[in-house]
Ligand binder design. Structure first.
Ligand code: SF4
Length: 230
């Protein structure tokens, strides 16, 4: 079993319930959702495709985690779309090291592996998450590029546990540009429905990921580029 690994780096979790925790990120390669504002566009877009993607065994990935981060740091497996792969072997190796394993996914395939924390980021205008993944979700992250994204994202969550947290995150170009329409829509939604929480990608303010020499620094034109067809 080998996984296509786009990048691995040690930093901290910049969003969600585990905000601020030391975290080793394993970003797998490939995603069919093709979100126009994807800030991991290097994992799927031809324009940003890396020259080379490493194929790594679970043991090789775990060895890197052990070498490059201290015990206690969680491991976040993200994408691309990691749920397309059988994650059980990787989770097994990381649990053998005593590491908690978190997953960030859009939920489009059955989840394989005893993941400790599942963050679901549904893509209502792409493929919806499977009910089995929604039921397994610990927190939801709805990316708000347009005000319509809030209700559209919520509609994908049938079967979500009552104790799962639901975040509304301004898509980064909207947050960066202080887009009042998007930010105010999130504020109003939270005020109307206290189940929701207003989120932010704090690591981007710190530029924390950039401090690890292994993180990919390719500049992605956030918000998409219609001239390039995305
Ligand atoms: S699902 Fe995530 S990784 Fe895939 S294109 Fe959308 S934002 Fe990017």
């Amino acid at each position: 079993m080998k996984y296509p690994v786009h990048e691995r780096f040690y930093t901290w979790q910049g969003e969600g319930v585990h905000l601020g925790r030391a975290a080793y990120f394993v970003r797998l390669y490939g995603c069919p959702q093709a979100c126009p504002w994807c800030d991991s566009a290097g994992t799927w877009h031809t324009e940003f495709r890396p020259e080379r993607v490493s194929l790594m065994t679970p043991r090789e990935i775990a060895a890197g985690v052990e070498r490059e981060s201290p015990s206690g740091a969680v491991v976040v497996v993200t994408g691309g779309e990691p749920i397309l792969f059988d994650l059980a072997p990787l989770v097994g190796e990381l649990h053998a090291l005593g590491r908690a394993v978190h997953l960030e996914t859009s939920g489009i395939a059955e989840l394989r592996g005893e993941i400790d924390w599942v963050t679901l980021s549904p893509k209502p205008f792409g493929t919806w998450p499977l009910p089995s993944v929604v039921a397994r979700t610990d927190e939801v992250k709805i990316i708000v590029h347009d005000v319509l994204d809030i209700d559209a994202g919520l509609r994908t969550l049938s079967g979500l546990r009552d104790d799962a947290v639901i975040w509304l995150h301004p898509e980064w170009s909207k947050a960066r540009d202080r887009d009042r329409r998007v930010l105010n829509a999130i504020t109003e939604a939270v005020k109307q429905n206290p189940r929701l929480r207003a989120g932010y990608q704090m690591h981007k303010l710190y530029r924390a990921d950039d401090l690890d020499a292994n993180s990919v620094k390719t500049l992605i034109p956030l918000g998409g580029n219609p001239e390039l067809g995305y």
